[in-house]
Design a protein around this ligand. Structure first.
Ligand SMILES: Cc1cc2nc3c(=O)[nH]c(=O)nc-3n(C[C@H](O)[C@H](O)[C@H](O)COP(=O)(O)O)c2cc1C
Length: 155
């Protein structure tokens, strides 16, 4: 089983963040693939043990249009055991800072095994590195815990 990072980015802020997250997972020897949302094979989310969503926020705190197919796929597929996380960039000058992260969070909390969310201000800053590393560690710890349980199984 593998992990996917699926993202959308208009001006590059979210792209920068997910590339960093991707690198951090690779350093932890996680089998992870990075997809732009348009390229992601949405039909079978259950092929993945873990999915990280990267999104900016649009309109008045809204999920970008191109991410809505992914949102609906999580609502309609049997993804109870899929580990999920959301990372987003936004602008705190807007009333709903990173509103798309909140929208995904509420849905993923109901339908998946939601691990962590992270909101970042615009482009990646030095002190965001620590937050991104923590985000990654939460997944790595859970994935290795699952692996330990799996290897103890007697059937
Ligand atoms: C028309 C428009 C609406 C936006 N609305 C919001 C918003 O409601 N909340 C927010 O936090 N950021 C909002 N933003 C800011 C973007 O989410 C932010 O610039 C983000 O980092 C862009 O990500 P990207 O570079 O990956 O495209 C808006 C930006 C634009 C241009």
């Amino acid at each position: 089983m593998t992990m996917a990072i699926v993202y959308s980015s208009k001006t590059g802020n979210t792209k920068e963040v997910v590339h960093l997250i991707w690198q951090l997972f690779l350093e932890e020897k996680i089998d992870v693939t990075l997809f732009r949302v348009e390229e992601f094979p949405i039909m079978d989310l259950t092929n993945y043990e873990a999915v990280v969503i990267g999104t900016y926020t649009w309109g008045n705190g809204e999920i970008p249009y191109e991410m809505m197919k992914l949102y609906r796929a999580f609502e309609t597929q049997d993804v109870k055991t899929v580990l999920t996380g959301v990372i987003g960039t936004g602008d705190s000058g807007y009333p709903k800072f990173c509103g798309a992260v909140d929208e995904f969070k509420d849905m993923l909390y109901v339908h998946t095994n939601l691990m962590v969310t992270l909101k970042l201000e615009l482009s990646l800053q030095r002190n965001d590195m620590v937050k991104c590393q923590r985000f990654v560690n939460i997944f790595v710890n859970e994935l290795s815990r699952r692996q330990r349980i799996g290897s103890q199984s007697m059937d």
